[in-house]
Design a protein. Sequence first.
Lengths: 100, 211
Amino acid sequence: MIGVRSWPRKNLVCRQAVELVTDYLEGALSQTQRRRFEAHLTSCRDCPEYLIQMRATIALTGTINSGVLTPQMRDEFIRLYRRWRADGERGTPETPNRNR
Amino acid sequence: MNRRRQRAGASAVPEDPDSSLVGRLRAGDEQAFADLAEKYQGTMLSLARGHVQSSAVAEEVVQDAWMGVLRGIGRFECRSSFRAWLFRIVVNRAISAGIRERRSVPVDDMEPVIDASRFDAGGAWGMPPEPWTDLADDKMIAAKIATRILLAIDDLPPRQREVVTLRDVQGLSSEEVCAALDISQANQRVLLHRGRSRLRQVVESEFGSTR
């Protein structure tokens, strides 16, 4: 990624390592890249903390509950469903909606 | 420009977490429809809002997408997960609502995710990350941080917000996100990286303590 698109021959510095964290967590680094990233982690005082914070951020983001409907909204969806059912039974032509 | 079709092969699709709800919906169970709406309405609205100007239009787009789901569910072939299919429908409709074109992300031309002033001339940390993760052991504080993250997600640029919401809030796989948003794996990773880095920075700024 940024600044590391052309991989430096020398050891990574922190500024480069922080740009590789996501690729590292995603398993998108090549074996060589991964080894270099991990070598930096073992020799760096601060980047391990950075990685811990990224992992913690991801974990905390995962605790956010995005699915909250009020009972009234739930009722609206039930009504929407029934309306669709009723229209179908009256033979309203369907809009083609290909599965893609 | 960087949007590329990159479909996950059929074999790469894991067990669909919604298969039982989808089965019930196909069998005509209206409660299953409400359950799916409960689960995904928030994310659908946030996806739609990334493409249209007002939340009123976003709500119309989402309602229209749910109708599309009802009409199309009989033909849904489980080639992707249900949620990837669902999010694809809402994104397509939001785009064709035509208010705003999707912008492509210039992958090679981007700011670093950490302010350059935090590194010394050699590229090592000058102002290292301030610790805060211990705080999250406390459930109350963890909930507070999560709430702060939720606000920060809303402030992300739309495409980063989409990817972070789908991956890290909804827990979709990278393949599902690429299918839902029609973006390449590389593009997905860049958006995810920028979004997550921003969220970490916000938490550090508010909860980090200097050693």
